[in-house]
Design a protein around this ligand. Structure first.
Ligand SMILES: [Zn+2]
Length: 150
């Protein structure tokens, strides 16, 4: 982020927080050139985080895929759509708050696993037991269809 005072291109982030309930992230920054502080506002849709898959292909982080995987894991379980939506937003926020440009599909999967663990034990076990063999959460749908767990 370019410093508005001196134009230096390097800074450190002092603090990040979500604003307006998921619509963006506010960051307090300190310029590594002149030491002055400034605040930036980033809209989530402008932020780009790539997910690196096992075969090294990269794709944009997509909250809807995370949600889809969780909905599948919670099939026939007493977890509401609202809870799942909220959980997917929390994961999205956590992903952006990592402040990394890339993360692995595995890291995303682990976040999903942790959320499901809080929501429903059965969904958690289902997801955790099969997820790690797969590329990403979307492929999980296929395996659940095959298993057809009650
Ligand atoms: Zn500066």
């Amino acid at each position: 982020m370019k410093c508005p005072y001196c134009g230096h291109k390097d800074d450190k982030v002092l603090d990040s927080r979500s604003i307006r309930d998921d619509e963006g992230i506010r960051r307090r920054r300190e310029c590594n050139g002149c030491g002055r502080r400034f605040t930036t506002y980033e809209q989530i849709e402008e932020m780009r985080v790539l997910v690196v898959k096992k075969d090294q292909r990269r794709e944009m982080f997509d909250r809807s895929k995370v949600l889809k995987g969780m909905v599948t894991a919670c099939e026939k379980r007493p977890v509401s759509m609202d809870q799942l939506e909220e959980a997917s937003y929390q994961i999205e926020r956590a992903v952006y708050n990592l402040d990394e440009r890339e993360l692995t599909s595995n890291q995303v999967g682990e976040m999903v696993i942790q959320k499901l663990r809080q929501l429903d034990q059965v969904a958690y076990v289902r997801f955790a037991s099969v997820y790690r063999q797969f590329e990403d959460v979307t492929q999980f749908k296929e395996i659940v269809d095959v298993l057809d767990t009650p």
